[in-house]
Write a protein of this length. Structure first.
Lengths: 337, 337
DNA sequence: GTTACCGATGTAACCGTTTTCAGAAACCGG
DNA sequence: CCGGTTTCTGAAAACGGTTACATCGGTAAC
């Protein structure tokens, strides 16, 4: 068996209380007593049991984070930003990917029993489930998800960039704009879609532009490719849009690739944009919107820490700026590669 | 205060032992007693304390994973594969990124007190530190890191693909080959470099080929770009190599971009390859080596689980296959874009 | 009508710490 | 040398569960 604090106490000829004090530098312990204790601990190769300590302190010193998935660079970066800040504050990080799992809410409930606070990201569990956690006293920060009541939230400013992107498309001469994505799938997508509509509202009121929703399941390249194929097939019945505004880069890349393979020139015939600015977007010359991914995670970690330590009680909602990055896929004029 | 098992016991008019049995379905409990207990638990909104339970059971039901960083798609995918398998087996996942942190070993020691077993990935902590963990009885699986004694390990087969890549470069007409990367930085890189040397050994013995090491710090695109710039600058003193074999895709992409910007044709003048097959590699037409990233993580999780549950005691070393993916960046002949 | 056994329950020990409280020891000024 | 503080230290009570063991009806077997 592993040595316990009692073994150390006996070995050093003191009580367990003294051992505890000596090891954690709390209370007052005479110098030579402390030395004796440390010596004994050393000899026995003693490490205090985390479980015993946690139970006594009634805290886990760990935070959780729940996200839908980790594929794609987006979530990974956010989680990394989260971990970095959490580690700085001596809190371990428990991760949980709900992925497609059916019992997501149960898994989150389980996670909640293992940490002092948690970040809930995007479309993972229902608002009800979140409120249930909060009502049980669990500190929660929402990430990439609209506020629920007074629960803290951290979001990227989707709307501003969506509007900028819509205007950009108009400026580049687009009249028939299609948005590719499932607004119901994620609040972020919802905002991108509604921001785009706003940007085109005026022009479309004047009959100068139209904006349509191409609703899809999934966020991957294959989904984007499928959208392109469908658009190409029905081309004679319904002309191709002038611009595809996609909910993320993977959709856009898959779509663009398929268009190019069918000899539909991007950007000369069709403009394409994505969202996220993943590495591949740079190499594919894809216009997109950059989000401060690490900062999203880091900010969430900071807010959560404030809640857990009780440093703050009034709710906060952070909106982090995003940046429109225009590249070749929406720049017909300079005709640069 | 949160209700405890004693509150439930009192409320249901039974002893805490019975509550425990009823809630966890262990031992035998009469049907109506169980119902009464469940009812009471429900009413009090009782959730058993994880800490109390863990202490009594003397286990965390959680596994750790230590990795150098999470940026780049590689680690993220591996961690995701790990999480997926761990979650399947009802074990939570604690992550720790050592990143640049100086006190990595201390952080790992700390993590070790919070889980029943852990995966140690790549160049994060010293062999000594790993052995110290193992000697304290902690189940450990090494991932993307060569075996240490009898400690379980999971690795991608770097060597086979490195050899295949070297032969491919020769077949494409390369004579002067440069490897870009720091073999000391990671065991994976070390194997790629030595595999490449093996592939060229015969040709280089006959004086038909040369292979040089361009040692660099870092794994990012900027590092790759810097290598390209240096090579271009010293071009008159020392001609450009025919092929750059890079330790990962980011290096290769940065390097290739800089070459292209300087009007050095890839692949016509110089061949370039990477490693990992990140998404951007596909769009940049980069020849690379694909690793089964999710499977790496998943396999590690499985091995670790076997150790933790004691289902297996003799050590195992898994070598997962990789796949050479040739693309435009090493195919001068078809002259396809 | 015993005896033996079994299922249901309770009692209490235990998991390994932290921390309160109180007493002992050391110190200090007078 | 003595009362009054401080400083150290230990006993014991948490923290919130699990589980070995004992107990007690009740039932089946003989």
């Amino acid at each position: 068996m592993r040595p316990t604090i009692r073994d150390v106490a006996q070995h050093a000829g003191v009580s367990i209380a003294t051992v505890s004090r000596a090891l954690r530098d709390s209370g007052s312990v005479r110098k030579d007593t402390r030395a004796r204790v440390l010596e004994a601990a050393e000899q026995l190769n003693f490490t205090p049991s985390r479980l015993g300590r946690q139970l006594a302190e009634r805290r886990h010193a760990a935070n959780g984070i729940v996200f839908p998935d980790l594929s794609g660079p987006y979530y990974a970066e956010v989680v990394l930003g989260y971990e970095a800040v959490a580690a700085e504050r001596e809190r371990s990080v428990l991760i949980l990917s709900t992925h497609g799992r059916a019992n997501a809410e149960a898994m989150v409930e389980d996670l909640a029993t293992r940490c002092d606070g948690m970040v809930v990201m995007g479309r993972t569990i229902s608002d009800d489930a979140v409120e249930r956690l909060v009502s049980r006293g669990m500190p929660v920060v929402l990430l990439a998800r609209p506020p629920i009541g007074d629960i803290d939230s951290v979001n990227a400013d989707n709307r501003t960039s969506a509007v900028a992107l819509g205007r950009h498309m108009l400026a580049q001469g687009a009249r028939r704009v299609a948005f590719v994505g499932d607004p119901a799938a994620s609040p972020d997508v919802q905002e991108r879609w509604s921001g785009l509509q706003d940007a085109l509202a005026e022009a479309s009121a004047k009959g100068e532009a139209t904006v349509d929703l191409v609703s899809v399941q999934g966020f991957g390249e294959e989904t984007g490719a499928a959208v392109a194929r469908r658009a190409l097939e029905s081309r004679n019945r319904r002309p191709l849009p002038d611009a595809f505004v996609c909910a993320n880069d993977e959709l856009a890349l898959g779509l663009m690739d398929t268009l190019l393979a069918a000899d539909v020139a991007v950007p000369d015939r069709v403009l394409v944009s994505g969202w996220d600015d993943v590495m591949a977007a740079r190499y594919a010359g894809l216009t997109t919107v950059r989000q401060p991914m690490r900062a999203l995670g880091g900010t969430a970690a900071r807010l959560l820490d404030e809640l857990v330590t009780g440093a703050r009680t009034e709710p906060r909602h952070e909106l982090l700026p995003t940046e429109l990055v225009t590249r070749a896929s929406t720049s017909p004029h300079p005709a640069q590669k």
